[in-house]
Write a protein that binds this ligand. Structure first.
Ligand SMILES: [Mg+2]
Ligand SMILES: [Zn+2]
Length: 494
């Protein structure tokens, strides 16, 4: 069986990486075209790894950013993500090939994760066992590269190994693809954290806030995530706070006693639920008692911080993001450009992008590339050209590319609003606070259909009628960005 795939392993240099690499290369089945290890340690000397491995560094920006750095280098049909702490079977590649022998409608395949633990697992171990039933976790998950290109890969605002995988899966599903559970079995050893590990995991509550804002209140159901304990933690925290406040004045001391009793009851029941299934050793019990007191306020605090972060993005009245058309807006148009050597930025593009980034305004690309559907541009060439654009103009916070043809009736090809909506969603901003800069009527129409504001920068190929009916026209990309930055997007188009 053959299979065109790349293995991408983000790593923090854990000990299991070397055995994993030999297992992947030594197992039965088709060899990967390439193994890309993404070293996500912020600093440090290069990892010493076998010569057949391609290593890139992602600077400690977290697993979402590391996987993006890895798959964007891949040139194969499939990208198989493995975490650096898993153990693959002796037939992993063969099983993967069987799992990926699927129709084009299937965009991803997840392994079955096995977590070996004893009969009375600790709290940490039970946390890892949860992976066995989690959906779409990237410990061992393969995606079609075209699907990753289409949705722009992982959202790098998820800073830790939490929810970034469900978020990607929900976006791939929303793009109309199917995700499957494969049959290959991969072992994930149980975690053994330090005394306060469970407390630190509460940081994930901030990521839940981002999930809710991106995917709506039903996200847990769609991502098969457990309901979570936030409601109970909030009650526990409120009763503790009420007890402390009411304990001051003499008249309210009795109420303070009642609040304290509620707090104690909730805390004890939470602790017991964590102690009961575990090994009940002295150290585990001590750990559960201490952390059960600390977790409720930590969980609430992280959630509140996450909500504030997301909300600030939504209520900021200035422009929240600037999205650029690619051809003849950022770079000189070459019809069906498929050669990275021919990428030529337009004058001023690099400078305005620098200014936007310095002002903390996210930048994105929304581009129609129907040449892909027509077979004039291969997905590989598209990626190579876009990589070249980034090499010359710096990194974009999101890439949204429509690879469909005019007759496909897709929801993304401009003038349809799909690309602009998707970019806004990927950036976590309200589309109404986005500005789209482009050189054709379709760019402006897509912006308006998505509720964003369009600014036309005509070239000599722009039709006079397109210029005439555009409400905002700028002479150059520099003028357009000046306009975008100086005016509120809801300030009207007069
Ligand atoms: Mg254009
Ligand atoms: Zn499309």
């Amino acid at each position: 069986m053959t299979l065109d795939y790349t293995v991408v392993i983000p790593t923090t240099g854990r000990d299991n990486l070397i055995p994993l690499l030999s297992a992947v290369t030594g197992c039965a089945g088709p060899r990967p075209a390439e193994i890309i290890v993404v070293d996500d340690r912020p600093t440090g000397p290069p990892l010493s790894l076998p010569g057949f491995v391609r290593v890139v560094r992602s600077g400690g920006r977290g697993p979402a950013a590391a996987r993006n750095a890895g798959w964007r280098l891949a040139r194969t049909e499939w990208v198989a993500f493995l975490d650096d702490d898993v153990i693959v079977s002796g037939s992993w590649a063969a099983d993967l090939a069987a799992d990926l022998d699927v129709g084009l409608d299937v965009a991803a395949s997840q392994a079955r994760i096995v977590v070996p633990v004893g009969p009375r697992p600790t709290d940490d171990e039970r946390g890892t066992v949860g992976l066995e039933t989690s959906r779409w976790i990237t410990a061992d998950m393969a995606y079609r590269r075209s699907a990753l290109v289409e949705v722009g890969g992982f959202d790098e605002r998820f800073p830790r190994a939490f929810r970034e995988d469900s978020d990607l899966a929900l976006r791939v599903l929303a793009a109309g693809h199917e995700l499957r559970r494969g049959t290959r079995r991969t072992t994930h050893p149980a975690a053994h954290g330090d005394f306060l590990a469970s407390l630190r995991r509460q940081a994930g509550n901030a990521d839940n806030a981002l999930m809710r804002h991106k995917h709506g209140p039903g996200w847990r159901h769609r991502a098969a995530a457990s309901p979570g304990l936030l409601g109970q933690h909030a009650l526990t925290t409120v009763s503790a706070a009420a007890g402390a406040v009411l304990a001051g004045p003499r008249r309210t001391r009795r109420l303070a006693g009642a609040a304290a009793a509620v707090w104690a009851m909730l805390t004890c029941s939470f602790a017991w639920r964590r102690i009961r299934p575990g090994p009940r050793t002295r150290s585990e019990v001590a750990r559960m008692l201490v952390t059960s007191v600390l977790i409720p306020p930590a969980a609430v605090g992280h959630r509140v911080a996450g909500e504030l972060r997301v909300r600030r993005r939504w209520t900021d009245r200035s422009v929240a993001a600037v999205l650029f058309d690619r051809d003849d807006t950022l770079i000189a148009d070459v019809p069906y450009l498929n050669d990275p050597e021919q990428v030529r930025p337009v004058p001023g593009a690099a400078e305005v992008l620098r200014r936007l980034r310095a002002a903390g305004i996210p930048v994105g690309v929304v581009s129609n590339q129907s040449g892909v559907a027509r077979g004039l541009i291969s997905p590989e060439q598209l990626t190579a050209v876009n990589d070249r654009v980034e090499a010359l103009l710096g990194p974009f916070d999101t890439w949204q590319v429509c690879v469909h043809g005019d007759a496909d009736g897709c929801p993304c090809r401009k003038p349809a609003p799909g690309l602009v909506r998707r970019a806004a969603e990927a950036l976590g901003v309200d589309p109404r606070r986005c500005v789209v800069i482009g050189d054709t009527g379709a760019d402006v129409d897509a912006a308006e259909a998505a509720g964003a504001r369009g600014i036309l920068v005509p070239t000599d190929r722009t039709l006079p009628d397109e210029t005439a009916r555009s409400s905002t026209v700028a002479a150059t990309i520099t003028d357009a960005v000046d306009l975008a930055m100086s005016r509120h997007p809801e300030g009207g188009t007069t």
